[in-house]
Design a protein. Structure first.
Length: 160
């Protein structure tokens, strides 16, 4: 039942008023509809909070956005802690969004801009501090908006 209501909600168009009396139509992105704001491809991993069915055919579907955020945070953390990826925006985003599937250079530039990192610099991130901002930046890049509160992102990360 929750899947049906999420689908219906995703299909309903919202009208957003903008300055000057105009309006814009908005419909939820695939990542937001799937409660998977990082757009994690479903590969059979039995993530906590997977919906039934667990995939939309390509991407994982979660029962709640906190579980999608949890999965995103866990993957990013594991890149550094387990896989030995350097804790820099360039290294993490290059792994997250490889050039075979993305414009990785533009992705890196966008994340650096969102984090306030000059494009010509590559500071080491401390994921114990920087993970919430990195997760929020990835959500923004993947969906064109970042609709979650800091509390929701913190909760998802805490579950990781």
């Amino acid at each position: 039942m929750a899947r049906d209501s999420n689908w219906l909600f995703g299909m309903i168009l919202g009208i957003l008023l903008i300055g000057g009396g105009g309006f814009a139509l908005y419909t939820m992105t695939r990542g937001l509809r799937n409660n998977n704001p990082g757009n994690i491809k479903y590969d059979g991993t039995q993530w906590e909070g997977l919906a039934t069915p667990p995939s939309d055919g390509t991407f994982a579907v979660f029962t709640d956005a906190t579980y999608g955020i949890r999965a995103l945070a866990r993957i990013l953390s594991n890149y550094v802690a387990i896989d030995g990826v350097s804790p820099t925006v360039t290294a993490i985003v290059s792994r997250w969004a490889p050039p075979s599937e993305n414009d990785t250079t533009a992705y890196i530039q966008d994340i650096k801009t969102q984090l306030g990192i000059p494009l010509d610099q590559e500071p080491t991130l401390d994921l114990s501090i920087d993970l919430p901002a990195l997760v929020a930046a990835i959500i923004q890049h993947e969906n064109g908006l970042q609709p979650y509160s800091a509390a929701t992102i913190t909760q998802g990360i805490a579950l990781a």
